[in-house]
Ligand binder design. Structure first.
Ligand code: SF4
Ligand code: SF4
Length: 420
C-alpha cells in the first residue's frame, strides 16, 4: 500500500527552467539540439489513467488514504482533459495534489469539484520579471494574477486544503523573498522556500561526479546556492551508507505512459529507471524488490544523490543557521523542549542537533510517556510545572504552531524570550 503516488498526467511543460530536465529539453528542442533528456513526452491517455487507478484500488496498491500527486516532470494544467481527470478522482473519493507554474489557469464550476484536492503548490522562480526571465520565462505579473484567480476559484469549488508557494531560492532572487512572503500572507497561501538545485538525475549526477561541463558549472555557481548541496553531502558522508533507506521507497511514481518509474527523480529518458505498466505489476512488494536491487538505486545512494535530492535545504534551514548563534545566547543554561512529535519534529531535531534537548512535549495523551527519537515525551502540564524561566521551548509543528504558541503565552511564556 502506498500513501503517496506521483502520477504524471502531463509529461509536457511550457516553461524553460534550465535546472529541470523538462525545461532543459524544451530549451534544447527550441534550439534544434538533440539531448539525452528529450524523451517521449505526452499527456496521459484518460482511459489508461482510469484503468491504472482502478487496478491499483482493486489490488490494494492505494486506498482512500492515498494522495495522488498529479505531476512529476510536467505541467498538469496543460492536459486537455484536466477537468475530467479531476472529476474522475473526485467521483472515487480519492485525494489528490497539484503543483503548477500557474501559467495556464483552469477554472471549475461546481462547489464540490475540488473537495478532494488536498493541496496546490505554485512553484515560483522569484518575485520579479527579471527572475522569471532567468528561469521560467513567463510574464511575472500574469503569473501573480493567475495565482490569485486560481486560489479564489478553487476555494469557491470546495478546496479547503493547503495552498503553497514553493519559492525556488537562487542567488539572484534572495532579496525578493520578503515580497513573496507578503504576497503569500495576503492571499492566505503558505510560503515554503527551497534552495533550487539540479532537478533531475542527469545534471545532478554529473555535478556529484565532477563531470559537469565548465560552462554549466559556472552558470550554476553564479545562480544556485551550491553550498546547500555540499551541506547535505557533508551530512551524508558521516552516515552509514549501507543502512540508508531512501524515502522514495515509500512512494510510488508512475509516468504519463502509466509505467512505474524508479522514483520521481527519473523519467523514461533513462530506460533502466522504467519498470512496467502499473496494471501489469502483480504485487505491490514487487516494486521495491526491483528498485532496491537495481544498479540505479545503489549508485544513487552511494554518490549521495538520494540523500541530497530528498533533503533539499529549506529557507527555514538557511534562516535558522544564520539566527542560530543569536538563539544560543538566549537558550544557554536552560532546559530545551521541542513541542510536537510529527514530521516537523524530525526536521527540527536535525536543525537543532547542536544543542542538548531535554524532552519532547505533546498534547496527545497517546504519545505522552512514550519515546520519540529516543527522547521522553511529556505532557504540557509536566512542562508548565517546571520552574518558570528555567526552560526554553521550540515549537516543532507548523500545523499547530498557533495553538501551541497561544498555550505557551497563556502560561506566561514570551515569544523569542522563552519560546520560538
Ligand atoms: S521545474 Fe516545473 S515549471 Fe520548470 S520546466 Fe520543470 S516541470 Fe516545468
Ligand atoms: S535511491 Fe535514488 S533512484 Fe532509488 S528511489 Fe531513491 S532517489 Fe530514486
Amino acid at each position: 500500500m502506498f500513501n503517496k503516488v506521483f502520477f504524471e498526467i502531463s509529461g509536457i511543460c511550457n516553461a524553460k527552467c534550465k535546472y529541470c530536465q523538462t525545461g532543459r529539453a524544451n530549451i534544447e528542442r527550441l534550439a534544434g539540439q538533440k539531448s539525452p533528456e528529450i524523451r517521449q513526452q505526452q499527456f496521459v491517455d484518460l482511459d489508461e489513467f482510469k484503468k491504472s487507478i482502478e487496478y491499483m484500488l482493486a489490488n490494494n496498491f492505494i486506498n482512500s488514504n492515498t494522495t495522488i500527486d498529479l505531476y512529476s516532470w510536467g505541467e498538469p494544467f496543460l492536459h486537455p482533459k484536466f477537468k475530467e481527470i479531476i472529476c474522475y478522482l473526485s467521483g472515487l473519493n480519492l485525494k489528490f495534489g497539484l503543483s503548477t507554474n500557474a501559467s495556464k489557469p483552469i477554472y471549475f464550476e461546481n462547489s464540490n469539484d475540488l473537495k478532494y484536492l488536498t493541496y496546490i503548490t505554485f512553484s515560483m522562480s522569484g518575485f520579479s520579471q527579471e527572475s522569471y526571465d532567468k528561469i521560467h520565462g513567463f510574464n511575472f505579473n500574469k503569473i501573480k494574477e493567475n495565482i490569485i484567480s486560481i486560489i479564489e476559484n478553487f476555494r469557491q469549488c470546495g478546496f479547503t486544503g493547503s495552498a503553497i508557494i514553493s519559492y525556488h531560492i537562487y542567488q539572484f532572487n534572495l532579496t525578493e523573498i520578503q515580497a513573496a512572503m507578503e504576497f503569500a500572507k495576503k492571499y492566505d497561501i503558505k510560503f515554503k522556500g527551497y534552495c533550487a538545485y539540479f532537478n533531475g538525475k542527469n545534471m545532478f549526477e554529473k555535478y556529484l561526479r565532477n563531470e559537469l561541463e565548465y560552462s554549466e558549472l559556472k552558470c550554476a555557481a553564479t545562480e544556485l546556492l551550491l553550498g546547500s548541496i555540499e551541506k547535505r553531502l557533508t551530512e551524508f558522508n558521516k552516515m552509514d551508507k549501507n543502512n540508508y533507506n531512501c524515502p522514495q521507497f515509500n512512494i510510488l511514481t508512475i509516468d504519463e505512459h502509466c509505467n512505474v518509474l524508479i522514483c520521481c527523480g527519473y523519467s523514461d529518458a533513462f530506460p533502466n529507471a522504467v519498470y512496467k505498466k502499473i496494471y501489469n505489476v502483480n504485487k505491490v512488494d514487487e516494486i521495491n524488490v526491483w528498485r532496491k536491487n537495481s544498479k540505479e538505486c545503489k549508485e544513487c545512494i552511494n554518490i549521495g544523490l538520494a540523500y541530497a535530492g530528498n533533503n533539499v535545504v529549506l529557507y527555514e534551514d538557511v534562516l535558522y543557521e544564520s539566527e542560530f548563534n543569536k538563539k544560543l545566547a538566549i537558550i544557554e543554561g536552560r532546559d530545551v523542549f521541542l513541542w510536537g512529535t510529527g514530521n516537523d519534529a524530525d526536521k527540527c531535531l536535525k536543525l537543532w542537533q547542536k544543542i542538548k534537548i531535554s524532552a519532547f512535549v505533546d498534547s496527545n495523551k497517546d504519545k505522552q510517556g512514550c519515546k520519540f527519537n529516543g527522547y521522553d515525551v511529556i505532557s504540557p502540564k509536566e512542562l508548565f510545572e517546571k520552574k518558570f524561566g528555567s526552560y526554553f521551548v521550540i515549537i516543532a509543528s507548523t500545523k499547530y504552531e498557533k495553538e501551541i504558541a497561544d498555550e505557551l503565552e497563556r502560561n506566561g511564556l514570551v515569544r523569542e524570550k522563552d519560546f520560538i
